[in-house]
Write a protein that binds this ligand. Structure first.
Ligand code: HEM
Length: 557
C-alpha cells in the first residue's frame, strides 16, 4: 500500500506543479500582451450598470472613473443598452482632435432630439451623416451630398462666426450692449440696487448677443424669448436625461413655446425678405434687417434644402444654436465680472490698465478690440474663468473604423466623450503654486508668466518662464500665454469641430468686462458663501453661482 502511495503522491505533485507552471506561463503571457479592450468602470447593479451614476451624478462618477483608471484612459462606461468611452489625458485628447475620421453628428442627433425636440425623421439624417464636416467626405462614407448636414452647417458657421461675419457681429454686439447698459443704469453717480447679478447679465448681455446674432426682429416679435430661454436652460438637464413628458410636462411645454417663437420669426423674416429684396445686404459683413446676419439667413435656406428637414426641424436646430450661443458665454462673462468686482484692488488695477484700450466719448465708449485682446491680466482672467467654469462633454464618434487610442480599441460607431472639467483640474499638469491656488479655486494670475519667476504660469514646472527668459532675456514684464496648453486647456473643444463661436465668445467676455469696469462702480452685496459656483449642468455647460448675488451699481461716466 505504502509503495503504491509514493508514486501516486509523486505523480500528483508533478502534475500540480506542471498545471501551476502552465497557469503562471499563461498569466505572464497575458501580462506581456496587454489587452486592447479598455477597462470598464465597475458597477454593482447588472442590468442598470453605470447608467444612474453617470447620468445623474456626473461629477462624482468622473471622480470615481478617474480614481479607478489611474490615468489609463480611455475607460469604458456600460449603460443600459449601450456603452460610451471616456477619453482624457493630453496625448489622447490631441490624438482625438487631430483625427480627420471622427464625427459629431451622432451625438448632435441625440441632443437635437431630446433637448431641442427634433422629430425622428430629421434626427435620422444627422445620425446617418457619417461624412464629417470637411469638404472631402470621410473616405468610407456613402452619405449623399444633400444629406451632408454636418459639412453644410459647419461651412455656414465658419464663414459667419470665424470669417467675414465676425467683425460686424462684434460691432453689433458692442452697440447693443452699450445701449442696454445705458438704459439699465441711466443716472450718473446715484447707486442703483439690483437683487440678482445672474438675472442682470442674463437679461442685458443675453439680449444684446441675441440681437447681434439674430437681429432685432426675433426679440421684437417675442419679447419673452430671452427670459424663457433662461428658464428652459434650467430645465434642459431633465430633458437631456430623457425624462418623459408626463414627468416633466413644464419642460416640454416651454420647449414648444420657444420652438413656436422661432418658427414665427422664420416665417416673418422669410416673408419680409421676399417683400423687400432691395434691403438684402450686398455682402456678408452687413447686418440683415430681418435675419440679423447673412449667416442666419443663409443657414435657414440651406437647412431647409437638406434631406429630411422641415420648418419644425429647422426651428429645433436654431433653438440649439441660440442656446449654445448664449447660455455658456453669458454665465462665463458674469463669473469673470464677479471675480473682478469681488476684489476692489483687482478692479482698480484692471481699470487703470484698460485706459489705453477703452475710453468714454460723446457717443458712449470707444473700444479698441485689438489692444484689449493684448491686455495680459484681463486675458489671464478670461482664460482662468473658462478653466474654472466650463464643464462640457466634448463628443466624437468614429463611424466606420474602430479607433486605436493609447493601445486600446474603441469599436466603430461608439460615442467617446472628453470632459473639459477633468482636463482643467488635472493636478499632474496645472500649476497651483504648491497648493496655494488649488484648481477648484479661481486664481486671476494663473495664466501670467513672469520671466523672472519660474513658479509662475499655468503649467508646472513652468516651462513657459524658461522659454520666455530665453526668447526675451531682458524682459521683466508678465505675459499671458496659452502656449503648451493644447489638449490641456480645452474650453472650446478642439480640432475641426472646435466651437465656431470661440472668437466671438472671447470678444464678448473681454468687451463686456472692459465696458463694465470702465463705465461703472459695482459693489457685490452677497456674503462670501453666495460666491460659490455649482455644477448643475455638468457635461452640458458652465458653473454658475449657487445663490443670488445682490449688488449695487453706479455710473462713472
Ligand atoms: C464661453 C463660451 C463658450 C463655450 C465654453 C463653448 C464651448 C463649446 C464646446 C466645448 C463645443 C464643442 C466643441 C467640440 O466638439 O470640439 C461647442 C460647440 C458649439 N458652439 Fe460653443 N462655446 C461658447 C460660446 C459659443 C458662442 C458665443 C457661439 C455662437 C455664437 C457658440 C456656438 C457653438 C456651436 C454652433 C457649436 C456646435 C458646432 C458644430 O455644429 O460643430 N458657442 N461650444
Amino acid at each position: 500500500m505504502f509503495f503504491i502511495l509514493i508514486p501516486c503522491v509523486a505523480a500528483t505533485i508533478v502534475a500540480t506543479s506542471l498545471i501551476f507552471n502552465v497557469l503562471v506561463g499563461w498569466l505572464r503571457a497575458l501580462e506581456k500582451a496587454p489587452s486592447t479592450t479598455a477597462q470598464t468602470v465597475p458597477y454593482t447593479i447588472p442590468f442598470i450598470k453605470s447608467t444612474f451614476s453617470f447620468v445623474f451624478n456626473g461629477p462624482d462618477f468622473y471622480r470615481r472613473a478617474s480614481n479607478f483608471c489611474q490615468g489609463q484612459w480611455p475607460v469604458r462606461v456600460d449603460l443600459l443598452n449601450d456603452e460610451v468611452y471616456l477619453v482624457q489625458g493630453q496625448k489622447n485628447i490631441l490624438s482625438v482632435f487631430s483625427n480627420p475620421g471622427l464625427t459629431v453628428t451622432r451625438a448632435y442627433g441625440i441632443v437635437l432630439k431630446y433637448c431641442f425636440g427634433m422629430d425622428q425623421q430629421a434626427v435620422d439624417v444627422y445620425v446617418s451623416d457619417t461624412s464629417g464636416s470637411r469638404h472631402r467626405p470621410i473616405s468610407s462614407s456613402t452619405t449623399p451630398h444633400n444629406s451632408r448636414v454636418s459639412y453644410h452647417t459647419h461651412e455656414n458657421l465658419t464663414q459667419g462666426l470665424l470669417g467675414s461675419g465676425l467683425d460686424s457681429t462684434t460691432q453689433r454686439f458692442e452697440a447693443a450692449l452699450y445701449a442696454a447698459l445705458d438704459k439699465a443704469v441711466p443716472s450718473i453717480s446715484d447707486w442703483k440696487f439690483e437683487p440678482d447679478l445672474t438675472q442682470f447679465f442674463e437679461e442685458h448681455l443675453g439680449t444684446a448677443l441675441l440681437q447681434a446674432l439674430c437681429g432685432p426682429l426675433l426679440v421684437e416679435e417675442s419679447p419673452n424669448l430671452v427670459r424663457k430661454l433662461w428658464q428652459y436652460d434650467k430645465l434642459i438637464m431633465a430633458l437631456a436625461k430623457r425624462l418623459p413628458s408626463w414627468l416633466i410636462p413644464g419642460s416640454y411645454q416651454l420647449r414648444d413655446e420657444l420652438l413656436a417663437m422661432i418658427m414665427r420669426w422664420h416665417k416673418l423674416a422669410t416673408e419680409l425678405s421676399t417683400a423687400h429684396p432691395e434691403r438684402k445686404p450686398s455682402d456678408q459683413s452687413q447686418a440683415d434687417p430681418y435675419w440679423g446676419s447673412a449667416m442666419m439667413r443663409e443657414r435657414n435656406k440651406m437647412l431647409l434644402t437638406i434631406d429630411g428637414q422641415d420648418r419644425r426641424s429647422v426651428a429645433s436646430t436654431d433653438l440649439g444654436f441660440i442656446w449654445a450661443s448664449i447660455t455658456n458665454v453669458v454665465p462665463s462673462t458674469m463669473t469673470l465680472s464677479t471675480h473682478i468686482f469681488h476684489d476692489s484692488t483687482l478692479a482698480r488695477e484692471l481699470r487703470s490698465r484698460l485706459q489705453e484700450c477703452i475710453r468714454p466719448d460723446t457717443d458712449g465708449v470707444q473700444c479698441n478690440m485689438e489692444k484689449l485682446a493684448k491686455e495680459p491680466l484681463l486675458l489671464s482672467m478670461y482664460a482662468e474663468t473658462l478653466r474654472f467654469g466650463v464643464q462640457i462633454h466634448v463628443p466624437r464618434c468614429s463611424p466606420h473604423q474602430p479607433l486605436n487610442l493609447a493601445d486600446k480599441i474603441i469599436p466603430a460607431n461608439k460615442l467617446l466623450l472628453i470632459n473639459t472639467a477633468l482636463a482643467h483640474t488635472d493636478e499632474e499638469v496645472w500649476n497651483t503654486r504648491d497648493g496655494q491656488y488649488p484648481l477648484n479655486t479661481f486664481w486671476a494670475q494663473r495664466f501670467l508668466v513672469d520671466p523672472a519667476d519660474p513658479r509662475s504660469g499655468p503649467l508646472k514646472p513652468s516651462r513657459f518662464a524658461k522659454q520666455l527668459r530665453t526668447a526675451h532675456p531682458d524682459s521683466s514684464r508678465e505675459e499671458f500665454s496659452v502656449q503648451g496648453l493644447e489638449g490641456i486647456w480645452i474650453p472650446y473643444g478642439g480640432g475641426q469641430h472646435a466651437c465656431p463661436g470661440r472668437l466671438l465668445a472671447k470678444r464678448v467676455m473681454l468687451l463686456t468686462s472692459a465696458m463694465l469696469v470702465t463705465m461703472f462702480d459695482v459693489e457685490l452685496l452677497a456674503p462670501e458663501s453666495a460666491l460659490q459656483f455649482q455644477s448643475s449642468r455638468f457635461g452640458f455647460g458652465v458653473r454658475k453661482p449657487v445663490a443670488q448675488v445682490p449688488f449695487r451699481i453706479r455710473r462713472r461716466c
